[in-house]
Design a protein around this ligand. Structure first.
Ligand SMILES: [Zn+2]
Ligand SMILES: [Zn+2]
Length: 191
């Protein structure tokens, strides 16, 4: 098994069973505890799982207010939310596309769907097909650098005419945001 396969397996077990000890994981996967620690290190760093007294557990979404952004924990900005549905059918909500894209970057392999809204029409769209406007002169009062999402190039360009900024496609927007945030593990939210 590849490390990524073991990681997915560990997350699946934790999803089903709550908490598992390192010894139990090592027994089930038939690898050393050292290997288990190596496997779970990135999961711990990405805040997907928690160390507990008995071993490890999944970071519980239940304890987080349903109105809080999964990434920055700030209250949701209903004007411009983004959602990720993971392969484990967990729904993660984000205050704005800024947080959604950064989370996507962290957890890409576990993302089943990523959804956002068209900024002008408020329709629900797949973020992978959306157009992203950065650096527009329009303040959402959410996280910086700010990202606006549009369903079509036409709307993005119309908005760009009025407010400036640069248009990106999905992958470019993910790269651009994480590049600008690199070295800074906070999300740059206005407190
Ligand atoms: Zn956020
Ligand atoms: Zn935000």
């Amino acid at each position: 098994m590849l490390p990524i396969e073991r990681q997915n397996q560990i997350v699946t077990w934790l999803n089903e069973e709550g908490t598992l000890s390192i010894a139990e994981i090592s027994k089930r996967l038939n690898v050393s505890e050292m290997t288990v620690y190596r496997d779970i290190k990135p999961l711990l760093e990405e805040n997907k799982i928690n160390k507990t007294s008995g071993g490890v557990s999944l970071v519980s979404m239940v304890n987080v207010s349903p109105n809080a952004c999964t990434y920055c924990l700030k209250e949701m900005n209903n004007r411009h939310p983004m959602q990720i549905i993971t392969n484990y059918q967990v729904v993660e909500q984000f205050c704005c596309p800024h947080c959604g894209l950064l989370r996507y970057k962290d957890t890409e392999k576990n993302v089943s769907q990523i959804i956002c809204r068209d900024f002008l029409q408020n329709t629900t769209i797949s973020a992978k097909l959306a157009y992203f406007l950065l650096d527009a002169d329009f303040n959402l009062n959410c996280c910086q650098p700010q990202v606006l999402t549009f369903d079509s190039l036409k709307y993005a360009e119309q908005f760009q005419k009025g407010f400036g900024g640069t248009i990106f496609r999905f992958e470019q927007a993910v790269e651009e945001i994480s590049k600008r945030m690199s070295g800074d593990f906070g999300c740059g939210c206005n407190k």
